[in-house]
Design a protein around this ligand. Structure first.
Ligand code: N2P
Length: 344
């Protein structure tokens, strides 16, 4: 083949590759957090494919993005305190609000928070609570009213805890009467000592598919995120979801574009699609997590909107605590977390 023809073919092949990349969004999300139908509809409507993969903790997602120097993904879903940390570390790309017309559907109560003033880097996706799951066929719910009860001997080798450093430490800290966001080394150490005493009661750490363990009867008690609790109840009606008297954990997970994303255009289109009320409603209905999208919530069936597992009362919200970034103290948490899981 002549040289020029070869060169032309090469150029054509490169163009095709570039085009294929532009027609694909790489979305890295929490496991079990989005119905597949949503992505299928997005592709059908826009022609943009979604390469979807999942993680089970903020720390796992963060480590991967650090390693890839904020490249490799076009869309991620960090919790509040990780948005804060990642934007300060330059790992996130500012959003172009003009390309997100559906942003207007969001409930202002979930916007403009200290972790991202003005929502320059993030858009709320879902929010919720962390409480206690209990199989009433096995345990008497009248005897369990708080996190502190999980230390009792009847739970020996029975509990599930989230594989989530800050969520687990939040329990230890709250039981001792401290803030779940403590940065005080003495308090964090005490929380570790307290949690060490809980370990004989812990059977498994799982944030990937805890619901499976509860539904199959493998586990009868433990920590749970409210959407998982609601869906567990649908399949195993004997389960109750309890808001611990010390206060439940509160969290919100948010869509954000990594600084080195290869397809920020596609990512903006996907964010806007996820903000469409009918789509946000479908996500909330399937996952049973609370949507921050006011218009989607308005459209939800009353049985969901009025369900206190999915939408906690104001009183519960007031007692709960959102996780915030603890700055340098995170090193201390990480250190104790590793000890805890290694059984030291
Ligand atoms: C659901 C993930 C819930 C995330 N699998 C809690 N931050």
């Amino acid at each position: 083949m002549r040289r020029t023809a070869m060169a032309a073919l090469l150029v054509l092949a490169t163009l095709r590759l570039v085009h294929a990349a532009a027609a694909e969004v790489r979305f890295y999300n929490w496991s079990d957090y989005l119905p597949a139908a949503v992505l299928e509809r997005f592709t059908a409507e826009t022609g943009i494919r979604v390469r979807y993969s999942t993680y089970d903790s903020n720390e796992a997602m963060y480590a991967k993005l650090k390693l890839l120097r904020a490249q490799g993904y076009d869309l991620v879903v960090p919790s509040t305190y990780f948005i804060d940390r990642m934007r300060q570390e330059g790992l996130l790309r500012p959003l172009e609000r003009s390309r997100l017309p559906n942003f207007r559907h969001l409930d202002p109560r979930h916007l403009d928070k200290p972790f991202d003033p003005g929502n320059r880097y993030s858009v709320p996706y879902l929010w919720g609570t962390t409480g206690i799951a209990l199989n009433t066929a096995r345990y008497d719910p009248a005897r369990v009213s708080g996190w502190a009860d999980l230390w009792r001997p009847e739970f020996r080798r029975g509990l599930l805890l989230a594989n989530d450093m800050r969520e687990v430490f939040q329990i230890g800290l709250r039981v001792l009467g401290y803030s779940g966001n403590s940065t005080n080394p003495g308090q964090i150490r005490q929380a570790y000592e307290k949690l060490r005493m809980l370990m004989p009661n812990v059977r498994v750490f799982n944030s990937d598919a805890p619901q499976v363990l509860y539904v199959t009867g493998e586990i009868d008690a433990g920590m749970i995120w409210n959407g998982n609790a609601y869906r567990t109840q649908l399949e195993a009606p004997g389960f109750v979801y309890l808001y611990p008297r010390e206060g439940c954990g509160l969290w919100m997970d948010n869509l954000a574009i990594p600084a080195g994303a290869g397809n920020p255009d596609g990512a903006h289109r996907l964010i806007d699609f996820l903000l469409r009320p009918d789509i946000a409603r479908l996500i909330a209905e399937t996952t049973r997590y609370a949507s921050p999208n006011a218009e989607a919530v308005r459209q939800l069936p009353a049985e969901l909107r009025d369900n206190p597992v999915m939408y906690p009362t104001d009183e519960i919200l007031e007692k709960g605590e959102y996780t915030t970034d603890v700055g340098e103290a995170v090193t201390l948490y990480t250190h104790y977390w590793e000890w805890l899981k290694a059984g030291e």
